[in-house]
Every structure is written in structure tokens, then in C-alpha cells.
Design a protein around this ligand. Structure first.
Ligand SMILES: Cc1cc2nc3c(=O)[nH]c(=O)nc-3n(C[C@H](O)[C@H](O)[C@H](O)COP(=O)(O)O)c2cc1C
Length: 366
């Protein structure tokens, strides 16, 4: 039986165990899209996770959805990511930048250019989004022209190349959680009549063309992709065809021989088994909100190769050690998830620092 503690080859990487850092937006970049120096510490503190998938990083200025998220489409972005990738490598981990284009899940208040967002069709998400002025309804996007979809594919391609120039080991294409690629997959957000709308083949075309372009640019073995079958995030509804859509999509992705598929699994167990069977390479499966006692189950059952960790890793830089020795976790502080500075970002204690504090306290007792 494979356990969480067995090593694994993923693309060009040799990983020591089966845990990884899940992508998490922290909204602490500079308004120009350069990640702040704080991110060097944040990521290196979590190096024991082995594979670090970064926060969503926009591949273009239209791709930005939230305040102060980093980009990877200008030279200054590349320069600002380099100290992060260098430090992570020195700390012994690998780093994949998550390429995230928010599409319609954006607000003019959240972007430096204040333009209307873009999406498959001019249909509002019908949900609220965090902005500098608090929660606001997400406005309807402008529908991308067919030529603009093609241009966006190229944005992903050049962003992937820029990520590699910045020293990343690869990229994860974000096709999950209600953002642009997921919007194209969902009939209630995509009413297009061109080759990117309508049938399953057409709705998956954008995602598949992005994956092919990125793989061609940087190598399939440095390309991962995140999917969230059945997720209603961002007001999406994939409809009755969800399972057929993902079976088709994963079978087509398999032809591209990408390094990994990363599933945010919330629903159908039968679909998960089908996707596992259809996917020959590394499979990352994250069951959101699972209990600690079951984190190893999918790997041990052969349903997953890697178990990425989100909030536990956010709040516990040494989550790997804590899992290994059975130590308690720090609680994540929701108030500091998005925005701000070091608080709730770089200052979660490790077991070692807690012990050091305890020792100091011991030491000064009379
Ligand atoms: C603060 C925060 C930010 C997140 N940002 C992203 C993101 O940028 N990209 C993404 O794919 N998922 C994002 N997620 C989802 C996580 O990757 C993960 O799927 C989710 O937290 C469930 O896993 P968990 O129960 O281990 O926390 C975010 C989650 C949190 C808590």
C-alpha cells in the first residue's frame, strides 16, 4: 500500500512525500502585480510541503479578479518572483505558479485599470465579491470575441514562459472554482455560439487549447491543471452533463501527457473513480474541509497520488511535521486570509518556535 510518506516522481520532480501546498490567494502583492517581499518568507516557511502551488497569479491585467493579487505577465513581475523561487529552491522545495484568470469573477474596483471584466457571455455571476469597499455584487462581464479567446490562450502561454523565466518549476492552470476556464465549461455562464460554446467539445475547447499551448511552451511535464467537477463556485452550474464533461475533458487532457491533474473534489465518488482510471499521470485530490483522520485515505486507496493541503498549511508552516508526529494544529484566522501584511501570513508559529517560547518562559521562572 502507498502511504503519504512514500516518495513520488511528478514530471521532472522527485518529491519526498505525498503532501503539497494547495493554491491560496492571499492578496498581499503590490498594486502593480509584483509579489511583495513577505511572500519569500511565506513560501519558504512552508518548504517542507515539498511541492508548493502558489496563490492564483494573473496571466494578464484582465485576468485579475481580486485586490492585490500577483501577476506574471511583465518583466517586473518576473524579477519579483525570482527571489521567491530561489529561496524556495534553497529551502528544498519545488514551486508551481497557479495561472488564474478570474474572468467574470472580478470587479472594476479590484483592478488598477478599472475596466469591465471579461467572460464567455454577458451573464453576471449572481454572487458577491470582496472589494476595497466591502462585499459587492459581481457585475456582468463583456463577452470575449473569438479572437480575444485566442489572444487569452496566448496570454496563458506567455505567462507560463514568464513563470519559468522567474525560476518556477512549472505552472498549474486554474480551470476550477468559478474562474474563466470553468466559466466556459458551464452552460449557465457560456451561451456562446462560436466554437467555444454549445457542445461539451466546444465548451472544453478553451481549457484544452490553453493546456496544449502551455505544455508546448514549457513542457507537458511542467504543466498541471486544476479542475473542480460539479462545483457551483462563482454561480456556475455545469448542468446534467457534468460527469460526461469531465470524463471527456480528462481523457483529452491525458493525450497531452501533463504532469498532473489536481481535483478539488466535492461530490460524486463514481466520477472520481472514473477520472482516476482515465488519468495515467499524477493525480492530486483535495477533499475540501476533510477531517484530519482521513487525509491519507485517498492516497492509501490508490484514488490519489498527492493530498494537497489548504487551510491547515496556511495556519501551520510545519503542517507536515505536525501530521507526522500527531501534533495539534494552529487554527487558521479567517480575518487575515486576504490582504494586510505579515500578520496571519508569516507569523503562524511552528512547533519548534512554540517549544522555544515555552523553554524561554521556563527559563525565566524563579
Ligand atoms: C484563503 C484562501 C485562498 C484560496 N485561493 C485559491 C486560489 O487562489 N486558487 C485555488 O485554486 N484555490 C484557492 N483556494 C482553495 C484552496 O486551494 C482549497 O481548495 C480549499 O481551501 C479547500 O482545502 P482545505 O480544506 O484544505 O482548506 C483558496 C482557499 C483559501 C482558504
Amino acid at each position: 500500500m502507498t502511504t503519504l510518506w512514500d516518495p513520488l516522481t511528478l514530471g521532472r520532480l522527485r518529491l519526498k512525500h505525498r503532501l503539497a501546498l494547495a493554491p491560496m490567494t492571499r492578496s498581499r502583492a503590490h498594486p502593480d502585480g509584483t509579489p511583495s517581499a513577505l511572500a519569500v518568507d511565506y513560501y519558504t516557511q512552508r518548504a517542507s510541503l515539498g511541492l508548493l502551488i502558489t496563490e492564483g497569479v494573473q496571466p494578464s491585467d484582465d485576468g485579475q479578479g481580486y485586490l492585490n493579487t500577483p501577476g506574471i505577465y511583465r518583466d517586473d513581475h518576473v524579477e519579483a518572483w525570482r527571489p521567491i523561487t530561489t529561496a524556495v529552491h534553497e529551502a528544498g522545495a519545488a514551486i508551481f505558479l497557479q495561472l488564474m484568470h478570474a474572468g467574470r469573477m472580478s470587479h472594476p474596483d479590484n483592478t488598477p485599470h478599472h475596466r469591465q471584466s471579461v467572460g464567455p457571455s454577458a451573464i453576471a455571476a449572481g454572487v458577491q465579491l470582496f472589494t476595497a469597499a466591502g462585499m459587492q455584487p459581481v457585475p456582468a462581464p463583456r463577452a470575449l470575441g473569438t479572437d480575444e479567446v485566442v489572444a487569452t490562450i496566448d496570454d496563458f502561454r506567455t505567462a507560463a514562459a514568464a513563470a519559468i523565466r522567474a525560476g518556477a518549476d512549472g505552472v498549474e492552470i486554474h480551470a476550477a472554482n468559478g474562474y474563466i476556464l470553468h466559466q466556459f465549461l458551464s452552460p449557465n455562464a457560456n451561451e456562446r455560439t462560436d466554437r467555444y460554446g454549445g457542445s461539451i467539445e466546444n465548451r472544453t475547447r478553451f481549457t484544452l487549447e490553453v493546456a496544449a499551448a502551455v505544455a508546448q511552451e514549457i513542457g507537458a511535464d511542467r504543466t498541471g491543471i486544476r479542475l473542480s467537477p460539479g462545483s457551483g463556485a462563482g454561480g456556475l452550474d455545469e448542468g446534467v452533463e457534468t460527469n460526461d464533461l469531465y470524463r471527456y475533458l480528462v481523457a483529452e487532457l491525458a493525450k497531452l501527457d501533463l504532469a498532473y491533474v489536481h481535483l478539488l473534489h466535492t461530490g460524486d465518488e463514481g466520477l472520481l473513480r472514473d477520472l482516476r482510471a482515465a488519468w495515467p499521470n499524477t493525480l492530486l485530490v483535495l477533499r475540501a474541509g476533510r477531517d484530519r483522520g482521513v487525509v491519507q485515505n485517498d492516497v492509501e486507496a490508490g484514488l490519489a497520488d498527492v493530498a494537497p493541503l489548504g487551510r491547515w498549511a496556511l495556519a501551520n508552516p510545519d503542517v507536515v511535521e505536525r501530521l507526522r508526529v500527531g501534533a495539534e494544529f494552529n487554527e487558521p484566522d479567517r480575518a487575515t486570509f486576504y490582504g494586510g501584511g505579515a500578520e496571519g501570513f508569516n507569523d503562524y508559529p511552528t512547533l519548534a518556535s512554540a517549544t522555544a517560547t515555552a523553554t524561554t518562559t521556563e527559563g525565566i521562572r524563579p
